[in-house]
Design a protein around this ligand. Structure first.
Ligand code: PTJ
Length: 245
């Protein structure tokens, strides 16, 4: 990565490269300063996972992909951290699932919204929806309520990695199913979502892209959705982390 002096031989190379991407995200005007703090919190939980994808996350990847693939209007909501860490994989996931990409950020900044849109277009997206000033989600008083009429506003399933708890709850109260990625199984987002992938975004996204490309049997997808128990997956993640502490 340009500007990085992390040696490939470092035992925590991948984690340090992710940190580097977040720092560069701030420098490129994509990620907020608050995003650095959020990333550090994620790193601490990832440490408890041994920085590896665990079984409860694999099941969630399947269930999350199944929801996106069976949705009528799937949308991927992209914030400053997700964009800095994984713009290309998000674009690939959109292509694999037929989902629209929409910029939606917590810390208000029109410049950052545009920088995220540009980064997604540079990563190969053909269309990136922006928040409107005409359509808003109900049950939330915040910049994040403003959404695009052809995107999150009409979505039946929203993929919202690294989401803020209020908005995740609002999306659910607006009748949408929510797939999230959150390393913290105790967060409000993790608990409110329909499917929570407790894993690092950088590890689970390539798996999601692969699964989404491979899963096409509608009956099997429906079965995965019906069998999914989010509370059980969160309990498994929490007990895994507690065992290590
Ligand atoms: O770009 P903006 O303005 O939309 O801001 C984005 C952040 C992420 C700063 C904002 O949404 C925020 O403050 O989020 P929170 O409430 O800190 O929640 C982020 C959650 O993501 C926390 O539970 C972290 O543990 C988790 N997290 C951080 N990095 C990762 C992660 N989960 C998965 N993969 C990561 N790489």
């Amino acid at each position: 990565m340009p500007g990085s002096d992390v040696p490939l031989s470092h035992p925590r190379y991948l984690s340090l490269m992710a940190r580097e991407k977040i720092v560069q995200g701030v420098e490129r005007g994509i990620t907020s300063l608050h995003g650095l703090i959020a990333h550090g919190r994620g790193e601490a939980f990832d440490y408890l996972l041994g920085e590896r994808t665990r079984g409860f996350a694999l099941g969630a990847v399947e269930a999350g992909c199944a929801l996106l693939l069976t949705a009528e209007h799937p949308v991927i909501s992209v914030n400053g951290n997700a964009c800095a860490l994984a713009a290309e994989e998000l674009v690939r996931l959109a292509a694999a699932t037929g989902a629209k990409l929409e910029v939606n950020i917590f810390h208000t900044s029109a410049e950052r919204e545009q920088a995220i849109q540009r980064a997604l277009l540079d990563a190969g997206a053909t269309e990136v929806l922006m928040p409107s000033r005409t359509h808003a989600l109900e049950h939330i008083d915040h910049n994040r309520r403003w959404v695009h009429p052809d995107g999150i506003y009409r979505a039946d399933v929203a993929f919202v990695p690294l989401e803020d708890g209020d908005r995740c709850e609002a999306l659910i109260r607006n009748g949408k199913k929510v797939v999230t990625v959150d390393l913290n199984p105790l967060s409000r987002t993790a608990r409110a979502a329909t499917v929570t992938i407790v894993d690092n975004l950088t590890r689970c996204l390539p798996r999601m892209v692969e699964w989404a490309g491979a899963l096409n049997d509608k009956g099997r997808l429906q079965g995965m959705i019906e069998a999914w128990d989010n509370a059980a997956a969160l309990a498994a993640a929490e007990s895994f982390m507690r065992r290590l502490t």
